[in-house]
Design a protein around this ligand. Structure first.
Ligand code: NAD
Ligand code: UGA
Length: 454
């Protein structure tokens, strides 16, 4: 018989935990959902009466939270009480790349997963289904099972249920997922979780696998997506060298149904908290299992990405007569992609750092990223300097170049005659996202470089 879940606890109120639980609460009003976090400031922001101040910016999230919060969706720092009350606990904590010790720079740091598993072991009552929502190395479920198994008076089932949402489209991805993946060994627990999703996801989209396939499928999906971006960026460089146009090449190859049209936009390289982390995690796992050729294959995806970012910084310097020292450059976009305030691993960080190292004065605009966040990412040391400005026109004032690094829709609609009028001539537009109206910029007197256009 399928256990009926009445109470869910989610440990981790981040980019995944918050939106995922909000959608579950919205679609399952009969279930009480409590999202807990150690970070009291983050929880307070989730509880802010002003829905425009939620800690995660996602189109549509405010409406979902507005419908459920206080009804069956709760945000709290009372971790132990929420675990004790739950039939099902999601682990949605951060799993960044280790920075020290064995595997530093590649392996995932599992200290938060382990800590939350120990909390579940200590606080759970009755039988509890524990769901891995975080992205984890293959066989982490065995570690979690071992930790939980040490509490002899309690019983647990561990499931893997990786999350495939992309930031900026999280609500849409959660409400209409291509698939939901559930890995596990306990059919009753799998049924219980499937029953939750079946409230809004068609049955044929709920896939069941064993635990290890589920854990590996999540890493593999991100590795394939990251590889596609490195592939198209490598071709962008060939286009620039040969006179081909990467947008035309992408359209031509994307028309082949075996290749498909999505995820073929050349740009400043992939950012975000996960692609690099997950590829490196696979590289580490392959090394661990002695699969060194496989590890080297995937490592190149990350190397090409870093190369693309340094390449863009270098070509800006080259085009600006070989020096940007004391030159003002308008940087448009700091988030790792449009429609998010997230800057983790944003291409802008590496590119701005390179330009600062060359002595540039950056005027940075982003509609959603705060000055404090940019300061955390760039610091204040170094040769050049940066300031955050409120509008693209303020950024362009006195600048030798505009450099577009995030594909915010407003950058597609820039008033180039107005921008050109306040820039220092000769002036450049470097469009690393191929989003600007290049003919208008050219007509306004700017020289234009666009990624992947020879
Ligand atoms: P995040 O850093 O935004 O949120 C994680 C939260 O967990 C933090 O607020 C942290 O304070 C909290 N936390 C850590 N340990 C805790 C503990 N013991 N008790 C209570 N709270 C604790 O991370 P995220 O972006 O939400 O990612 C979470 C996981 O989901 C990662 O494994 C990531 O790879 C995966 N993932 C992320 C995305 C994405 O788009 N961000 C998409 C799919 C999967
Ligand atoms: C990605 C995956 O798309 C999600 O399925 C996955 O759940 C998530 O990682 C995760 O595990 O964290 P996300 O990083 O939020 O989602 O955003 P993407 O839309 O995948 O973009 C990642 C990066 O690739 C961005 O910097 C984006 O600008 C870049 N990108 C994307 C391109 O340069 N070209 C493209 O064609 C697509």
């Amino acid at each position: 018989m399928t256990a009926t879940i009445r109470s869910i606890c989610c440990i981790g109120a981040g980019y995944v935990g918050g939106p995922t639980m909000a959608v579950i609460a919205d679609r399952c009003p009969q279930i009480q959902v409590t999202v807990v976090d150690l970070n009291a400031e983050r929880i307070a922001a989730w509880n802010d009466a002003d829905l425009s101040r939620l800690p995660v910016y996602e189109p549509g999230l405010d409406a979902v939270v507005g419908r459920c919060r206080g009804r069956n969706l709760h945000f709290s720092t009372a971790v132990e009480a929420a675990i004790a009350a739950a039939d099902m606990v999601f682990l949605s904590v951060n799993t960044p790349t280790k920075t020290r010790g064995v595997g530093a720079g590649q392996a995932s740091d599992l200290r938060w997963i382990e800590a939350s598993a120990r909390q579940v072991a200590a606080c759970a009552q009755n039988h509890t289904i524990v769901v891995e929502k975080s992205t984890l190395p293959v066989r982490t479920a065995a570690t979690i099972q071992a930790i939980l198994g040490a509490s002899r008076d309690k019983s647990f089932s561990v499931l893997s249920n990786p999350e495939f949402l992309a930031e900026g489209t999280a609500i849409q991805d959660l409400e209409h997922p291509d698939r939901v993946l559930i890995g596990g060994e306990d059919p009753a627990a799998i049924d219980a979780l499937a029953a939750i999703y079946s409230q809004w996801v068609p049955a044929e989209r709920i896939l069941r696998t064993n635990l290890w396939s589920s854990e590996l499928s999540k890493l593999t999906a991100n590795c394939f997506l990251a590889e596609r971006i490195s592939s198209i960026n490598s071709i962008a460089a060939v286009c620039e060298a040969t006179g081909a146009d990467v947008q035309e090449v992408a359209r031509a190859i994307g028309a082949d149904s075996r290749i498909g049209a999505k995820f073929l936009k050349a740009g400043p390289g992939f950012g975000g908290s996960c692609f690099q982390k997950d590829v490196l995690n696979l590289v580490y796992l392959c090394g661990h299992y002695g699969l060194h050729e496989v590890a080297a294959y995937w490592q190149r995806v990350v190397d090409l990405n870093a190369w693309q970012q340094h390449r863009i910084a270098q070509l800006v310097v080259q085009r600006l007569f070989g020096t940007v020292t004391a030159k003002r450059i308008a940087v448009l976009g700091f988030a790792f992609k449009a429609d998010t305030n997230d800057t983790r691993e944003a291409p802008a960080i590496r590119i701005c750092r390179d330009l600062l190292e060359e002595g540039a004065q950056l005027a940075i605009h982003d509609p959603k990223v705060s000055e404090a966040q940019i300061a955390a990412d760039l610091g204040r040391d170094g040769v050049g300097s940066w300031q955050r400005v409120e509008s693209p026109i303020a950024a362009a004032e006195g600048a030798d170049a505009v450099l577009i690094l995030t594909e915010w829709q407003q950058y597609a609609e820039l008033d180039w005659p107005a921008l050109a009028a306040v820039m220092r001539q000769p002036a450049w537009l470097f469009d690393a996202r191929a989003i600007a109206d290049a003919p208008r910029a050219r007509a306004a007197g700017l020289q234009v470089w666009r990624v992947g256009r020879g």
